[in-house]
Design a binder for this molecule. Structure first.
Ligand SMILES: [Zn+2]
Ligand SMILES: [Zn+2]
Length: 333
């Protein structure tokens, strides 16, 4: 007797239908389009942006959607090799693309935003988005490649140089990844976060990388070369601006959760002290390659950033906690 398997060429997929509405569905395997391959998902980290999309949408989100843009997986043709996914799909022809700034491409389609991502058993991935994971790096650690690439991108955008004094607002996953990326450039890095528990858990990485914990006293006011925000707090933004030296740079790594206090004061700071502001959003495939090189030598130092691995059906109940910025990365694996 033939045993009839239920949905033999299918997979589980977590689909976001609308605000705070997920469904866990049985879906047929995605059919790769031209230039795409079918990837079996090995690990997909949950980003705070996923929780924000669940709670209130996002400029780049098109519904219904399988979220998950921090993804690692394998291909049927080469099952022993892991690949991280650069979540962008750029046109390759526009002026931004030709300058190597694919993350600013006007045709940009982001995996987990405009096209289906990794909160599923399988996904279709453009071949040009595959970045090989160095041997020996576990899938859950390699899932940090995309957020680390965003940190590498910010370091590039802010042109951080060896010996510069850098202050990072936020000691969560991205704050620590920014710390690592800045320290790798030879910067003297300080970090500020009111969450003592998070800072405590990152102390091993900071000790090995010479990253100090700072407070709000502003003892080094006027001596900071570059400030970066890994928090959406408008107060942290204004405090960082105040601590920059004349001619200093502020890298807007995060958007702000509200108006930035006194706009008049901000404009005066920019004008009289010749401050520079630079934005940073996403990453390029080249940033992903650099992030994976950095992960292959520092992956063990970053293990604390993987809080735990969870199953796909646990993702909806984790959203409130992720949205609140509690703890570090949860990885679906
Ligand atoms: Zn993310
Ligand atoms: Zn383009």
């Amino acid at each position: 007797m033939l045993l009839k398997l239920k949905n033999p060429a299918g997979m589980k997929a977590l689909v976001l239908n609308g605000v705070k509405s997920f469904s866990l569905l049985d879906r047929p395997l995605p059919v790769p389009g031209e230039g795409e391959v079918l990837m079996r998902v090995a690990a997909a980290a949950i980003c705070r942006t996923d929780a924000k999309m669940w709670a209130s949408g996002h400029r780049d989100l098109v519904l219904p959607r399988i979220l998950g843009h921090e993804v690692v997986g394998s291909l049927r043709e080469d099952p022993g090799r892991l690949y991280a996914v650069w979540p962008g799909t750029a046109c390759g022809n526009c002026s931004a693309c030709r300058q190597g700034r694919q993350n600013l491409c006007r045709e940009m389609r982001i995996t987990g935003f405009h096209r289906d991502g990794g909160f599923a058993g399988f996904m279709a991935v453009p071949r040009t988005s595959l970045v090989a994971v160095p041997d020996g790096l576990p899938a859950s650690t390699a899932a940090l490649a995309e957020p680390l690439a965003c940190a590498v991108h910010a370091v590039r955008q802010a042109a951080i140089a060896s010996g510069e004094r850098v202050l990072i607002y936020g000691g969560g996953t991205l704050g620590h990844l920014l710390g690592l990326a800045c320290a790798e450039r030879g910067a003297r890095v300080g970090m500020i976060d009111p969450d003592k528990e998070k800072l405590h858990r990152g102390r091993g990485l900071r000790l090995r990388r010479g990253i100090s914990v700072e407070d709000h006293s502003g003892a080094d006011a006027g001596q900071v070369d570059v400030a970066l925000n890994a928090t959406s707090s408008p107060d942290a933004f204004m405090a960082g601006v105040g601590r920059l030296k004349p001619g200093g740079r502020f890298c807007l790594f995060s958007g702000l959760g509200g108006a930035a206090g006194d706009m008049h004061r901000l404009i005066d700071e920019l004008h009289y002290r010749e401050l520079l502001f630079v934005g940073s959003y996403g990453c390029t495939a080249e940033d992903m390659r650099e992030a994976l090189r950095l992960l292959s030598k520092s992956g063990d130092d970053l293990r604390f950033l993987i809080e735990r691995t969870i199953a796909l059906d646990e993702v909806p109940s984790a959203m409130e906690r992720v949205l609140a910025g509690k703890g570090f990365r949860l990885v679906v694996a």
